[in-house]
Design a protein around this ligand. Sequence first.
Ligand code: 4NP
Length: 159
Amino acid sequence: MIRVLFVCLGNICRSPSAEGVFRALVNEQGLSDRISADSCGTSTWHIGSPPDNRARGEAKRRGISIDGLRARALKPDDFDIFDYILAMDSSNLLNLEATCPDVHRVKVRLLLEFAPGHPEREVPDPYYGGAEGFAQVFDMIDAAAAGLLADIQRRHLGN
Ligand code: 4NP
């Protein structure tokens, strides 16, 4: 199993959205027995909470449900367990790098590295903005999801 972990600050907006979108793509491609997705936050602020209503609404508009997800914080084991540890922004990336053992450092990347044609490098924090920020977050996740899947298939599944 190839394991992907999406990481943001609160684990209630961006990373559960990415988990939901990517899991739906993996299911669609019939690869759920080969690839798994999870998400977490670098903070402990929202542990146990479902995704933000605005993220759940945007997910629903796009035909997926993230209602059942619950926020959790990054834990030291995550660096061993996951093959891809993908930060939404540079602040999340710095937080990850601060605790990541050197041997696992290569797993830690920005999500938008998998959307090479995209003008942005970071998925911005939508928490203090309006609904349009969430639509933008989902568009950016969509832009990276296919590239991420292609990278996994090429590097790990021999396609
Ligand atoms: P996320 O968004 O990192 O995409 O889940 C945030 C959620 C909560 C807060 C900040 C960002 N907060 O300050 O509580």
